[in-house]
Design a protein around this ligand. Structure first.
Ligand code: FES
Length: 124
């Protein structure tokens, strides 16, 4: 499995008062190539597209695989590499507008990527 890089994270991520965790530097993300992080037990996939960063749940609602980070980008969506379900990068929804992946707020401050990780109950 490629990009399984959470072992490179500091042992304890920094959380600020608003619930944002410092995840990585912008330079740690490659254009249109997802990267997986597990933050406070939440499995997320980060994508950098044209300088903008998107954070989605890494768990596909179809068969609960944790490979969204390995999906490819098409039409502003990430395509699950297992069976091809598509999810909008901005809101995690399917192209038909159905609930898909949880999405998380992202802040970029001084080239550092912060994500507001919210633990959530199952969404399938
Ligand atoms: S597991 Fe993602 S589309 Fe089937």
């Amino acid at each position: 499995m490629k990009n399984l890089n959470h072992s490179h994270l500091p042992r304890k991520q920094t959380e600020n008062l608003d619930g944002f965790f410092e995840i990585c530097s912008l330079d740690d993300l490659r254009e249109s190539v997802g990267k997986r992080f597990i933050i406070d037990d939440v499995d997320i996939a980060l994508f950098k597209i044209k300088g903008e960063v998107f954070a989605l749940s890494n768990t596909c609602p179809h068969q609960h695989t944790t490979l969204i980070y390995d999906g490819f980008i098409e039409d502003n969506c990430v395509v699950c590499p297992v069976h091809g379900w598509k999810f909008n990068l901005k809101n995690g929804r399917t192209p038909a507008g159905g609930k898909g992946l949880d999405n998380y707020q992202v802040n970029i401050i001084n080239d550092k990527v912060f994500v507001k990780v919210v633990k959530k109950s199952f969404n399938w």
